[in-house]
Structures are given as C-alpha cells and as structure tokens.
Design a protein around this ligand. Structure first.
Ligand SMILES: Cc1ncc(C[n+]2csc(CCOP(=O)(O)OP(=O)(O)O)c2C)c(N)n1
Ligand SMILES: [Mg+2]
Length: 687
C-alpha cells in the first residue's frame, strides 16, 4: 500500500525520476567545483521510493507538527536532500541549487537546520544524524503516549534516516542505536547505504562488522541486504519497516557509490569530488539524460511535486486536531504551546517561586542539590521538561519528585535514563529539542563533557534549547581523583560560541541559571555545579536581576577601591573571606561574582565597566585553568586556580595543596596592587 497520489510508473520511468536527483547533484557539485556526488548518485533510487511513496510531508508547510522527519546522517550527501526538497516543491528554487556551497545560499555544504526549509537537523559530523533521528523518534513516541486519545492519533509520524558506513563506524551510532532498540522506537526507519566505500577506499581494511547481526543484537528489525537500486525491493523493505510495532528498522541497501558514472562508479574517487566535464558528459550519455544542467522536464517535475498530496494530508490532520481541541481543550492548548516553544502562562509566577525559594535557603548546600531543588519547582509546572542523566541520576540530582521514568512502548514519562552514553545523550537531546514539544536537560559529570562535546557544539550551532547539567565541577569532588576532576573544561566550554556556561556559587545563582537556561530560546546552556556544600551569599531584591547579567558586584569594598576580585562557583566564598582580610590590611577589594562569562560579555560596555572599572587591577579565582580569565584580568592581573591536573584526596586537602585558599588570594591581591602602584610610566622613544 503506497501513499502516492501519482499514477503508477514502471521501473524505467522511476529511474528517470531518480536520475533527476542524480543530475541535480552532479551539476550542483560541478558548479561549486566542490561537494560529494557519489552518495546522491548511489542513494537516489532509495530517495525516489521513500519520498514519492511513503514520506508524509507538506512542502508548503515544513513546520507542520505531524510531518514525518527525514535526516541525512551521511550529511556529505547534502545535494541529495536539496535536490529532493527542490523537486518536491519546497521553497528552494533552482537558483539555490546553482549556488550550492556559496555564502548565504540555502544550500550549505552540509545540511543545516534553520537555513534550508525541510532540513530537520544539521548533519555532517558523521554518526550524530542517526543519533538526532533517535531523539526525533523518541520525542514522537513520548508525545504520542502523552497526547493521543482514542480515535485521535494527533501525534503519529515516522523518522526516516539515511546513513552510511561512516555513521556506523562512529561510536555514537552504537550509543544511540542501542537505546533506540531498548526504547522500541518502531517508527524509526534507517536506510544504510552499504556501498563498501569510504574515503580511504574499499572498507574491508577498516570496517568488517556484521552490521545485520549488530543491529539484531540491539533489538532492531533488520531487512536485507537488498539491492538499493531495485525499486520493488526498496518498496517492499519500506512496507515491512512500516509494519513494525515494537522495533526500529534498519534496511541494509547494497548500492554503488556514483551509480551511473561509467568510469568512476564504485570508487572512492566519486565520494567527494566533482566528476569533471568529461565524466559528466559520459554519465549523461550512459543514462540517456539529455537535459541541460539544472533543467528538469515538466513531466518529471509533476511526478515529484508533493505539494497537493502534502496539503491534503495536513488539511486532514488540521481537521482531526480541531476535533481533538474541541474535545480535549487543555491538552490541545498545551500541545500547541509546547510545540511553539512558549513557556507556560504561569511562568512568571514559577520563576518568582524559584527565586524566592532559593533566597530563603540559609544552610550550606551543594549547587547540584540547589539545582535539584530548582527542578522540584520547575518539573511539576513544565510538562515540556524532559530530564535525564547518563547513568548518574543520584549524583547529578537531575530527577525531581515529579520525574517519571520513560522505559518503553506507550509509557508516559518525563525522564530518560540514557545509560552510560554521554555523546549519545547530547545528540539525542538535540533531536528531541529539534522535534519540538520538549526542553531536554541531561546530566553527567562535568569532566565527561568532553565525551559529548561535539553534540554540545551542535546544540549551539543549531540554536537549540538543550540544558546540560554538569556536576562535580572541580577538584572539590575530592577522592575520585584527576580522572574525574575537571580542570580545563570550564574554559573549553566557554569558548563554544552560543553556549551559555553557568557556574553558580549558591542556591540563588543556581536558580537564576536555571531560569536563564529555560528562558533562552536561542541556544543551549551548561550548568557547572558543585558536589560539595557551598555557603549562601547575601542577597537583596535586586540580586536575581544582577545575577542574570552574568557578572555583578556581589560585595563592594568599604575602603577606596584598590583591587577587584572576580570569582565563580565554589571559590566565591573564598573571595569574600579574602575581602575582609584585605580590608584589615588597608586594601580595598571588591568581589565580583561572575557565574556566566558568556552572559556578562553580552552586557553593554557601560555595565561591564561599572562592574570592572578601568585601571583597577584584578584577580580571578576559579578552581580551574586560567584560560578564561586573561581577558578580564589582563596580563598584569593575578590568578588563583589550577595549572595542572588534580589529585586524589579529600577536597579540603586538595584546596590547600593547590593553593586555592583565602590566604593565597590575599597574597595575590597584595602583589598585584603593589605592582600596580609601583609601575613607572614607560618612556617612549620618539625616533
Ligand atoms: C565525525 C566525522 N569524521 C570524519 C568526517 C569526514 N568524512 C566525511 S565523509 C567520510 C567518509 C564517509 O564514508 P561513508 O559514510 O561510507 O560515505 P560514502 O563515501 O559511502 O558516501 C569522512 C571520513 C566527518 N564528516 N565526520
Ligand atoms: Mg560508504
């Protein structure tokens, strides 16, 4: 049973439709003199069958909530996606295909979310696309369980993904596909481009997995190998996949990279380079394609046009949703609100409760615990929060009382145990965020942010609201030792563009960090949280707004100002103690708490100068490397922190050992003040 509204075509006619993809890709790459023709030529027949007969989408509204999702995990094959989008009738005119890979075109080198209508996620880093697809399918399953009612399957769509050898070689595909099997994501259908080629040549020398056995072991339904150029076989495999009720499907499709090119087919040569004029001509002749570059005959255009069928499908869904909304108005409102990414109407009150609750804390509390307390306020009020941890729930404190674990088919849940799979978790959270309906957050130890770093980078690049809860944020975690003690991670995370890193010092700063992360529509946040208890700092009614600026004067000097001490997180209380001791020595010190350098850097110049006055020497204090701090303290500033890996010992012993102490801050401040006072003016030579 195909869903096509087009008349049945024979295999030769369908081959022509697939060849339209092939030649748009060939000619696009030729025009750019850069790109990857091999994959589009190899997977064109798969795309033709999937897109024309099964893929549920409406080119006129790429954001229709119940559309199927399509991901090209082997993102170097971007021209296949662009060609299909163009042919199906998306707002991607042929001029854009001619501008492949050029500045500000809608056809970037690899598919990019937010640039090209119909592209669901940014791919290119191999393996992450399939993990994003797992996230997309997970979101669908969770939303279906939550919102569907008898006779009202308002959430009922599939996630189709193309992937290649490279995606399967990458370790992240193991993490994500293993979870997809556990979760029984039966609406996930992956087409593996089994062409035996990657960049270095025939893969036997580096990739000999029994992929079918591997995926069966994950609990997937595996089909094939099939002939990836045989339309009937592709259709049969797809129908078998769509019939699965409790397993994701992998269709192993044997293809030839560069299919159609007489001299380059089946070779790595065609993976990532233009065919060249002679071979393009030879391919045109071999396939009987007589059309000029970028010219598509009307009958082929008509056969590809998915707009009428897509509009009809969306209209049917809109009617269903209208009936649903009449019967279940609360659910419908919540569905629409969360799909749009809007916060609940009660958000202002929730945020006030969050801040007020944090301000009422007096005891010393670890910021990971304060984060959990924040979640106790947020989770019951925000069904869109989808929590989780990479097997460290009891350490990350990412579960609230209202967190309900999602385990399998049909289960309603708002908490995912990702297992020990940090990178998989990050990329799955990206897929969940991209799907819509959720704000995902997930925890691990801060030191393992390296494991998921490229996933975090992709959240930032795609401007997705994903919240990373990174606990055990310094040597303050103590006895687990240097393997578990982050040293360079704060600096490394802060330099990812569009990732807001927060390292709060107490319950109030933690609450403000959560508020900022949840309110941030345009990107991810990382919360660096302590394992050890931290004292509460003084606050006023103005504090929350000041904290939200990323850096602020926490404690002003009572003496004329000699030095500014900038501190974050667990070291803020040391700076406050040093301020008192410096005052006793006659040195006026101001303490600036800087929970987020990224947010502080976005403040206007006047505000920044009011916090860090020009000409006053500065000392930064952070139990981490100094790399984040030179831009604030200058080369003549002082730094108290780490310059090596940590050690295994109780935390107080380590703070002493590494000199991250009140006494050392005092000494460092004294030294920079003295150097500042005694610095003579430099005589400049005039010749
Ligand atoms: C994480 C990552 N590492 C390396 C690359 C560079 N790269 C792009 S394609 C490719 C080979 C992919 O082989 P395969 O998936 O079999 O693609 P095919 O040549 O069959 O199209 C490599 C190494 C990348 N894009 N992402
Ligand atoms: Mg390959």
């Amino acid at each position: 049973m195909t869903q096509s509204h087009h008349p049945a075509l024979d295999a030769a006619q369908r081959r022509r439709l697939a060849n339209a993809i092939r030649f748009l890709a060939i000619d696009g790459v030729e025009a750019a003199k850069s790109g990857h023709p091999g994959m589009p030529m190899g997977m064109a027949d798969l795309a033709e069958v999937l897109w024309r007969d099964y893929y549920k989408h409406n080119p006129s509204n790429p954001k229709w909530p119940d559309r199927d999702r399509f991901v090209v995990s082997n993102g170097h094959g971007s021209m296949l996606h662009y060609a299909a989008l163009h042919l199906a009738g998306y707002d991607l005119p042929v001029q854009e295909l001619k501008n492949f890979r050029q500045l500000h075109s809608k056809t970037a080198g690899h598919p990019e979310f937010g640039i090209t209508p119909g592209v669901e996620t940014t791919t290119g880093p191999l393996g992450q696309g399939i993990a994003n697809a797992v996230g997309l399918a997970l979101a669908e399953k969770l939303l279906a369980a939550r919102y569907n009612k008898d006779g009202f399957n308002i959430v009922d769509h599939r996630t189709f993904v193309f992937l290649g050898d490279g995606c399967l070689m990458e370790g992240i595909s193991h993490e994500a596909c293993s979870l997809a099997g556990v979760f029984g994501l039966n609406k996930l259908v992956a087409y593996y481009d089994d062409n035996g080629i990657s960049i270095d040549g025939h893969v036997e020398g580096w990739f000999r997995d029994d992929t079918a056995a591997r995926f069966k072991a994950y609990g997937w339904h595996v089909i094939g190998p099939i002939d990836g150029h045989d339309v009937a076989a592709i259709a049969a495999a797809t129908q078998e996949a769509l019939a699965q009720r409790d397993k994701p499907t992998l269709i192993i499709a044997r293809t030839q990279i560069g299919w159609g090119s007489p001299n380059k087919v089946g070779t790595e040569e065609v993976h990532g380079a233009a065919l060249g004029a002679a071979e393009v001509a030879a391919t045109r002749a071999a396939l009987g394609w007589e059309h000029a570059p970028f010219e598509i005959p009307d009958d082929i255009r008509a056969a590809w046009d998915a707009r009428p069928a897509g509009a009809a499908k969306e209209a049917a869904w809109n009617a269903l949703f209208a009936d649903y909304a009449a019967k279940y108005p609360l659910e419908a409102d919540e569905f629409k609100r969360t799909q749009a990414g809007h916060l609940p109407k009660t958000w202002l009150k929730t945020a006030q409760d969050l801040i007020a609750g944090a301000r009422s804390v007096t005891a010393a509390v670890a910021t990971r615990k304060s984060s959990q307390v924040a979640l106790e306020t947020l989770v019951p009020q925000m069904p869109e929060l989808l929590g989780g941890s990479a097997d460290l729930t009891g350490s990350n404190l990412t579960a609230a009382k209202a967190s309900a674990s999602f385990h399998n088919v049909g289960a309603v849940g708002n908490y995912v145990s990702y297992g020990v799979r940090e990178f998989g978790m990050a990329a799955i959270m990206n897929g969940v965020a991209l799907h819509g309906g959720f704000i995902p957050y997930g925890g691990t130890f801060a030191v393992f942010s390296d494991y998921m770093r490229n996933g975090m980078r992709m959240s930032a690049l795609m401007k997705q609201r994903v919240i990373y809860v990174l606990t055990h944020d310094s040597i303050g975690l103590g006895e687990d030792g240097p393997t578990h003690q982050p040293v360079e991670h704060a600096a490394a995370l802060r330099c990812i563009p569009n990732l807001d890193v927060w390292r709060p010092c107490d319950a109030l700063e933690t609450a403000v960090a959560w508020k900022a992360a949840v309110e941030r529509h345009e990107g991810p946040a990382a919360l660096l949280l302590s394992r050890q208890n931290l004292p509460q700092q003084k606050s006023t009614d103005a504090s929350a707004d000041l904290i939200a600026r990323g850096g602020y004067v926490l404690s002003e000097s009572e003496l004329p100002l000699n030095v500014v001490i900038i501190a974050t997180g667990s070291e803020v209380s040391l700076a406050i103690a040093a301020q008192t001791q410096l005052a006793a020595l006659g040195i006026g010190a101001r303490v600036v708490s800087m929970p987020s350098t990224n947010v502080f850097d976005r403040q206007d110049a006047a505000y920044r100068a009011s916090v860090l006055p020009k000409g006053t020497p500065r000392v930064a204090v952070e139990a981490a490397t100094s790399d984040s701090w030179w831009k604030y303290i200058g080369t003549d500033g002082g730094f108290v922190g780490m310059s090596s890996f940590g050690e295994s010992a109780p935390a107080p012993v380590l703070y002493e050992h590494f000199g991250i102490t009140c006494a050392h801050i005092v000494k460092t401040a004294q030294a920079v003040v003295e150097a500042h006072v005694s610095t003579p003016a430099i005589e400049l030579s005039t010749n």
